[in-house]
Design a protein around this ligand. Structure first.
Ligand code: GLY
Length: 371
């Protein structure tokens, strides 16, 4: 049992990383304040909630980080559910990745970690799968969490019950420093008043917007458009992760369909006919019967993307300002390990032999060193 702490930490960003870390720190007795600009733009609300290190075909340290997080998730969710009294909608439902040919399947980076499927295996796992798919991989260790409707709400509730303070509608304008040392932030509150908030420790969890506060961070937005359809309950048991489109069935039959990947869009908001057509074409090919299911919602968001697709974790160039950002396509998966690692760093706890090289691998300046 770790000792209780009395430190005070400012969290910049009220998305999934900010909340996961606030929850962890508050559980250890830290005083935590979360500054959030517009909570519903957070990638944690926008994502489909896949827990998919294997289905996403990750490799190297990103796969290792994802697998570590996947292992932590049941206990992490259990803590959130206990502290909030709310269910997070965690389901280890398995993910099927379909391919046109067996050769394509066998070349997939994580093929060696999945169960090999032929056409009849695919039909067994995904009844109604479109006819183009002749081979597949089943990753039964992967799953999902109902991020949009449940996890975010449960985390907020857990944080409030542990005394975390929130400011919503707050725009951080500037990181204040004394030389290389963090001193606080200059911010505009929801009423339009400018304030200075002093603090010795903060964590930047601003996702796609991170570089607006620290321009040296190599993070750009990658827009994703999504939609949901209401299917019959239990119509699909597995997630189907096709090329360019995935189908994530919630327990009540809601089918979350994602996602376009539009780096060229920058921060351009809104749905586009082309993006929605892309999703529709993906549904038609993967699960033709779902084309008849009524659409429920359509939305978009911005993934925080780094040059190698991995997150930025740990120290920043400003002493006292830490980083938990840049999780690209895997924020929901990586929230548990991110909160654990950053909590250790902030509390000066030693990292173990597995964690140390990962923190090194995901340091913010790894791209600069290659220049
Ligand atoms: N996690 C999948 C995506 O970002 O679309």
């Amino acid at each position: 049992m770790a000792a209780m702490r009395t430190e005070s930490v400012l969290i910049l960003g009220g998305g999934l990383m900010g909340l996961a870390l606030a929850h962890k720190l508050a559980r250890r007795g830290s005083t935590v304040e979360v500054l959030s600009r517009r909570r519903n733009e957070a990638a944690g609300f926008v994502a489909a909630g896949m827990l998919a290190p294997h289905a996403e075909g990750l490799s190297g340290e990103q796969l290792r980080l994802g697998q570590l997080s996947l292992d932590l998730i049941p206990a992490w969710v259990n803590q959130i559910e206990t502290d909030s009294g709310l269910c997070c909608g965690l389901r280890q439902c398995g993910i099927v990745v379909p391919f046109a040919t067996a050769t394509q399947r066998d070349l997939y980076p994580t093929a060696y970690l999945g169960e090999t499927l032929d056409r009849s295996g695919l039909e067994r796992e995904v009844p109604g799968l479109g006819p183009n798919w002749q081979a597949g991989l089943l990753f039964s260790q992967d799953g999902q969490i109902d991020n949009r409707r449940r996890l975010m709400r449960a985390l907020e509730t857990a944080c409030v019950s542990l005394g975390v303070r929130f400011q919503e509608g707050v725009e951080v304008q500037e990181i204040l420093r004394d030389g290389d040392t963090f001193r606080g932030v200059r911010m505009r509150n929801a009423e339009g008043e400018m304030h200075t908030l002093t603090s010795q420790k903060a964590v930047l969890c601003c996702g796609a917007w991170s570089a607006q506060l620290l321009p040296a961070l190599a993070i750009v937005p990658v827009k994703g458009q999504m939609l949901s359809l209401q299917g019959p309950r239990d119509s699909l048991k597995r997630i189907v992760f096709g090329p360019g489109t995935y189908l994530v069935p919630r327990e009540d039959g809601l089918l979350v369909v994602g996602a376009t990947s539009e780096p060229e869009a920058g921060f351009m908001e809104g749905l586009t006919p082309f993006g929605q057509q892309q999703l529709q074409a993906g549904i038609d090919t993967l699960l033709p019967e779902a084309s008849q299911w009524p659409p429920m919602e359509r939305w978009w968001g911005f993934r925080p993307c780094t040059p190698d697709g991995g997150p930025l974790l740990g120290r920043s160039s400003v002493d006292g300002l830490w980083l938990a950002t840049g999780h690209h396509r895997n924020g929901v998966l990586l929230a548990a390990i991110t909160a654990k690692l950053l909590d250790k760093c902030l509390g000066n706890q030693p990292l173990n032999k597995t964690e140390q090289p990962l923190m090194h691998a995901f340091r913010w300046d790894r791209f600069h060193e290659q220049d």
